[in-house]
Design a protein around this ligand. Structure first.
Ligand SMILES: [Ca+2]
Length: 646
């Protein structure tokens, strides 16, 4: 059933692409502005007392998305935006990536930036990432962004750029000491990106402001005119005015560069306003940030593209933030032929032609104990009283009968005041069944308790890459003799290089870790190409810091047919000069429904070596693309090594 929906979805995507292809002859520039923790009611077009003239003007020039759904907190929304997939697929459905978290957006996921890059876009993130920074591979420039500027964590200090004692401001993923109020710096860099690319290359400029998230800080001049507001709300109003000014500057840069007519502006908040009625206003919407009521997940949003999106229009059909992924990739003419199926749907006909929502049902979110689903005007909220932010991996009751269910008809009751679950039990049961089906598909949430004794690094994102990293000075070159090494293999036996090197060609590939989510692209590509390597008499060996038992389970889980070596102390990596990160990690693995907790203390950079039959390095790839590693080696082999068929 699900599979059929998915096929239909792909078909719909193709159909839509052909219907508006004639409409969009050139790839639009995309400027995606994401506010942080902005209340639904705090924009001019929702009648706010706070002045947002630049946002209002831009919103009025396009379509206001009045049923645009995001996730209850920061990280899940960004994960859905970047992948077109619900955060239940990533294990990012609860809470946020905390500063000390040893995880991020799984590396198997293709990001929106990667997709647009494949369509020849220049890509830049200017602002907050919040999808992981514990290892270099999780940073934006490794996830499809040509440029990065801004911070990795949430809730940084606007002026000192510090979070929990660690400095958090970076350019191209290296520490950056630009001084100033973050909203100003973000506007300045965004302007620079526009000026760099306008008219030369289509660009995707993703601007996730840290404003208007706490801590509430703003230069004095912005709170003028808000003297009637009290306490934090006054500061918040000033912060929003500063954000609005920054948006005006970005729009002006686009206009000055002469590319406005080919630029699509998108705006939304990442979740609803926190402390509604005190600091933020969600208007009449129920509740706020961290809840699955509309005040937490339905946000102020619009899309504007002069001449393409009707000015002054309103879209009341439900959309999900994950919809932008296929919508934008289609507009850009990028291919969507990825293995991981999308939850997002192309919403362009909904936005431009007033077509119905692309979703017959829309999972708003599902944590192990709460969530919401919407189908048409009906919305089911599960345990609406429970925060979607406070989960640290504690056990969750499995008893579905104890869940509190609320059913609302949003057409008649947009503010979720009347629970209709008892009056329409069949409808409630239907939605609950659909919700439960998603919940069963969910990857276990990645958890984030603070490790005991954790100390913030001086610079976030560098604790892995600099202070703990031991980079070998050894620089193996093509033509050099391969180093000797030994390790325990996945069957628990000693594996000595001298038994193999000099006798048969060997591919040695280093990778960070087992179990990074679904089948890892690199391992499964080698698996799928195994017969071709065998034909050439070549042995493939994967090396990571995981223990033999982890390797055994990893092989079992993905039907891997080659040898994995346990480089638990990083000695093999060292012998090859491969940079490693040291630090204890716990890895949760589920194999055949059974859960295992595995530990590792070393993770290596993704490097691949080909050792020829004479025991010399035939090729060395330090910029491995996981999905292409195997085929690149095969090309290399067929071109350079005399075949040695068995
Ligand atoms: Ca947020």
């Amino acid at each position: 059933m699900k599979y059929r929906y998915w096929i239909l979805g792909v078909f719909a995507v193709l159909m839509n692409a052909s219907t508006y292809a004639a409409d969009a002859p050139t790839k639009p520039n995309v400027v995606f502005i994401l506010a942080d923790d902005l209340g639904w009611g705090d924009v001019g077009w929702h009648g706010s007392e706070i002045k947002t003239p630049n946002l209002d003007k831009l919103a009025n020039a396009g379509a206001k998305l009045e049923a645009f759904y995001v996730q209850p907190v920061c990280t899940p929304t960004r994960a859905a935006l970047m992948t077109g997939r619900y955060p239940i697929r990533h294990g990012l459905q609860t809470g946020v990536v905390r500063p000390w978290a040893q995880y991020g957006l799984p590396l198997e996921e293709q990001t929106l930036a990667q997709g647009l890059k494949s369509a020849d876009y220049a890509t830049a993130i200017v602002g907050k990432w919040h999808l992981g920074h514990f290892e270099p591979g999780y940073l934006p420039t490794q996830r499809g962004f040509d440029h990065q500027y801004g911070h990795y964590n949430g809730a940084i200090d606007y002026n000192t750029h510090i979070r929990d004692g660690g400095f958090d401001w970076h350019k191209d993923d290296s520490v950056n000491r630009d001084e100033g109020y973050s909203t100003h710096l973000i506007a300045r860099e965004s302007t620079r990106i526009v000026e760099t690319y306008a008219g030369k290359k289509p660009f995707f400029l993703y601007v996730p402001f840290n404003a208007v998230h706490s801590p509430h800080q703003v230069p004095e001049k912005y709170i003028k005119g808000y003297e009637h507001l009290k306490g934090e709300r006054r500061t918040y109003a000033g912060m929003l005015t500063a954000l609005d000014e920054a948006v005006g500057q970005i729009v002006e840069a686009v206009e000055r560069a002469g590319v406005r007519e080919n630029t699509l502006f998108i705006f939304s908040s990442d979740n609803g306003g926190p402390q509604p009625g005190v600091v933020t206003s969600n208007g009449e919407l129920r509740a706020g940030k961290a809840t699955h009521y509309d005040g937490g997940v339905r946000v102020a949003a619009f899309a504007t593209w002069d001449g393409k999106i009707p000015a002054g229009s309103t879209v009341s059909q439900p959309m999900h933030v994950a919809d932008w992924y296929p919508t934008l990739l289609n507009l850009a003419g990028a291919k969507i032929d990825q293995k991981l199926p999308l939850d997002g749907r192309d919403a362009w006909p909904t936005i431009v032609q007033g077509k119905p929502s692309p979703h017959s049902e829309l999972l708003i979110n599902a944590t192990p104990y709460s969530g919401a689903i919407r189908a048409g005007d009906w919305k089911l909220v599960v345990n609406g009283n429970k925060s979607a932010a406070g989960f640290d991996g504690e056990s969750v009751t499995d008893d579905k009968t104890k869940m509190k269910l609320e059913l609302f008809n949003l057409a008649e009751d947009p503010n979720e005041k009347t629970n209709l679950a008892n009056r329409f039990p069949d409808k409630a049961a239907d939605l609950q069944n659909r919700f439960n089906a998603y919940q069963r598909e969910a990857v276990a949430p990645k958890t984030r308790p603070k490790p005991e004794g954790f100390q913030s690094p001086k610079v976030w994102g560098e604790h892995a890459s600099k202070s703990e990293k031991t980079v070998s000075v050894l620089d193996l070159k093509v033509g050099d003799k391969a180093p000797e090494f030994e390790a325990i293999d996945d069957t628990g036996k000693r594996w000595l290089s001298r038994d193999h090197v000099g006798k048969e060609p060997i591919v040695v590939y280093f990778y960070p870790a087992d179990f990074t989510g679904g089948c890892t692209k690199q391992a499964c590509a080698f698996r799928d190409d195994w017969s071709k390597f065998k034909e050439q008499g070549i042995q493939v060996v994967g090396v990571s810091g995981d223990a033999p038992e982890s390797h055994r389970l990893f092989k079992l889980a993905h039907n891997l047919n080659f040898t994995l070596l346990a480089d638990e102390e990083g000695k093999v990596a060292e012998a090859f000069g491969v940079p490693v990160t040291r630090g204890d990690r716990e890895v949760k693995a589920v194999v055949d429904g059974k859960e295992y907790i595995l530990r590792r203390s070393v993770s290596a950079k993704r490097w691949t070596f080909l050792i020829d039959k004479d025991g010399r390095i035939a090729s060395k790839n330090t910029e491995v693309k996981p999905a292409e590693d195997s085929s690149a080696i095969l090309t290399e082999v067929l071109g350079r090594i005399p075949s040695n068929p068995k």
